[in-house]
Design a protein around this ligand. Structure first.
Ligand SMILES: Nc1ncnc2c1ncn2[C@@H]1O[C@H](COP(=O)(O)OP(=O)(O)OP(=O)(O)O)[C@@H](O)[C@H]1O
Ligand SMILES: [Mg+2]
Length: 209
């Protein structure tokens, strides 16, 4: 079956798992296969969203649980309506570095916001829009924190304690077990091995269209 709309791919995982590392590879793979694609990130991806991102990641700002969750979805609403939907409707593919699974994992699993409340906002903002493929980069916390060590200033989420990140990782794995759009990648492996896997998943998605 051929469809006219583009495919929507999201990259997920705890901080330092390796999501952003593979964006260039995915860009090259899609371009080699003649697929026009847009790349974006969350929170952010629009002028409004990038301002919200700065507010959310700042280490010196107090943010309540609900304010954090609502700001994530405010950024997402702007991104869905002004970037993701128009691109998909025009037949372009969209690759997003994080999307709503991050909110279920971080605000839900990490901070304890009830899943049902997040799901209300997901329905409101996405109106049924879901990724066609979600690549979950899964690594133990010690590997992720070693990878981040020294490489940058830690943001408000990265500064959270290990048990927070452990809950985030578990929430991701739980979600992945319940939805066929996820591919869980053992992200402790080499970048080259991961690229091979990713290429296989992209090829399968292209084949399905
Ligand atoms: N498979 C890998 N093997 C070894 N090092 C890796 C691997 N993947 C990524 N790295 C390194 O780990 C660090 C973190 O990777 P990256 O920035 O892609 O993580 P991320 O998931 O995007 O993190 P964040 O959520 O904080 O943006 C980088 O220095 C990157 O070069
Ligand atoms: Mg990143």
């Amino acid at each position: 079956m051929t469809r006219q709309t583009g495919c929507f791919i999201t990259l997920e995982g705890i901080d330092g798992a390796g999501k952003s590392t593979h964006l260039g590879f995915i860009r090259d793979w899609l371009s080699t296969h003649g697929i026009a694609a847009e790349f974006t990130r969350e929170p952010g991806g629009t002028p409004l969203g990038e301002q919200i991102r700065a507010l959310l990641l700042a280490v010196d700002t107090e943010v309540s649980l609900d304010a954090e969750t609502l700001l994530m979805f405010a950024s997402r609403q702007q991104l869905v309506s002004s970037v993701i939907r128009p691109a998909l409707q025009a037949g372009r593919w969209v690759v997003s570095d994080r999307f709503s699974d991050s909110t279920f994992a971080f605000q839900g699993g990490g901070r304890g916001v009830p899943t049902e409340r997040i799901a209300v906002l997901e329905d409101w903002v996405q109106q049924g829009l879901q990724p066609d493929l979600t690549l979950l980069f899964d690594v133990p916390l010690d590997v992720a924190s070693q990878r981040m060590a020294g490489s940058r200033q830690l943001d408000r989420f990265e500064q959270e304690k290990a048990d927070f990140h452990q809950r985030v990782r578990s929430a991701y794995l739980q979600r992945a077990a319940q939805d066929a759009r996820f591919r869980v990648l053992d992200a402790t492996r080499s970048i080259a091995q991961l690229q091979q896997d990713i290429a296989g998943h992209l090829a399968a998605l292209l084949e399905q269209r």
